[in-house]
Design a protein around this ligand. Sequence first.
Ligand code: FAD
Length: 446
Amino acid sequence: MKLNKLSPKTIEELQDYILLKRPSFYHSSKTSTVIPYDQIEECLEKLNVAEFSMVNLAELPSSMELSEDGVLHVEGPVTWQEAKAYCNSKGRDIMTSPTEELACILAGFATSATGERCFGFGTLRDQVESLEYINSKGQIATLDASKALEADSELLKYQKSYSVYCSLKNAPFPRIEKETDLLTGTEGQLGIITRASFKTTILEDRSFLFIKLPRWEDDYSKHMEIFSKVQSFRSSIYSCELLDSNSMSVLPSEERVIDAGDLIFLEIQSESFESVYEELISKFELIDENEMFEMPAAKCHNLRMNVPRYTFERNFRMGVVKKGTDIQVPPEKFSELLDLYRELSSIGIDYNLFGHFGDAHLHFNFLPDKSKVEICQEKLEELYLKVKDLSGSPFAEHGIGLIKQKFIKNFLDDEHYAVFDKLKNEHDPENIFFPQGFLNLNRSTD
Ligand SMILES: Cc1cc2nc3c(=O)[nH]c(=O)nc-3n(C[C@H](O)[C@H](O)[C@H](O)COP(=O)(O)OP(=O)(O)OC[C@H]3O[C@@H](n4cnc5c(N)ncnc54)[C@H](O)[C@@H]3O)c2cc1C
């Protein structure tokens, strides 16, 4: 397998490269968990790919500008961390917060990134005003979020099937309703995003309240009390996150904040803390106030970020590709999802569970050695079959990439493949943008 790599330094250089019409994969910070960057050659050989070109977008020029109406305009490889610092310096804040802040914002559109603050602020897809991208003709084109796409009967069918999942962050297939949806969640298969304009919010003080809980595997009734009661506080609680006891164990001992049990933390608008205390916290029936403590924002953020990072590092050390989930289910099915995870927890392979608890969206990660990888894969395949019955989304934020393609087919029907084919034919007729991506799944299996 021949692997080519290049890093254009200007937009014009990138446009010229696109005009050469070489099938390529375009990446930004390479934090995607569904592209096996460290084992890419091995993975592509298995797919019988003879040549693969990786184009690094992280060396293009970048800039940010905040307009008076609070819309942030981002060009080039700006990270979430940089944009947050820039907005904060001007009294504004970003509403989307992927845990991995070194990821790039434009890539965040490509993957339809979400994160902790989705609980309070909704999805990036709905915060965007416009996107600019380079199309397959090498031209820069603009997409407007206020413009609906024209829908023929095929697209209408597709949109109807999407409606089952419309309360979830991301369905098993991208939303295709507004112009900006074309480049949102399509993982760089229809063009290369060069600029995004999206809404920010006012910068406010926030308090981080941690609640100690028993291990969910033994008893999740207290967890579920929090889950059901926080739902009506989304205007003053921005995040509701779980770190289970096994997540704490992947951390170096000096970074662990409790010795046993699980933690749920709430990011609460400080201005509303008293009312949240009176109307929510003091009314918990199963949870004692002595089991709660506060933590400074920066420490909380580091803790939250380090759990997936050390989980990834542990898998890397064991030489295995991530064997984890990104499943979100409707609220009324959440305890059924926890029961499925409980079954997985009892098969004798190390694991952890963490994530966006308030949104019924959790990451269960097997932590196997190489000898257990096959069984993990089988168990995950069985799990995804059951997730379909729960009307859940199998990949609510990390996307499909290369790693999750095996699991997605069960969620797709003819109406999805018809629209995927049409999108590819219309926007990428020479198949130059990430040809191994999910939009071509039907064609590659034919
Ligand atoms: C520790 C950790 C925590 C994470 N937490 C979250 C989380 O909370 N929420 C979340 O959503 N994700 C999370 N992720 C996943 C990942 O960070 C996101 O998917 C992120 O959007 C990827 O950004 P990137 O710059 O690394 O993109 P890359 O990995 O470089 O690329 C990802 C995809 O986007 C495409 N792409 C990249 N740039 C462009 C562009 N300019 N135009 C078109 N297509 C492009 C690529 O082709 C590829 O398909 C996490 C990952 C890690 C490692």
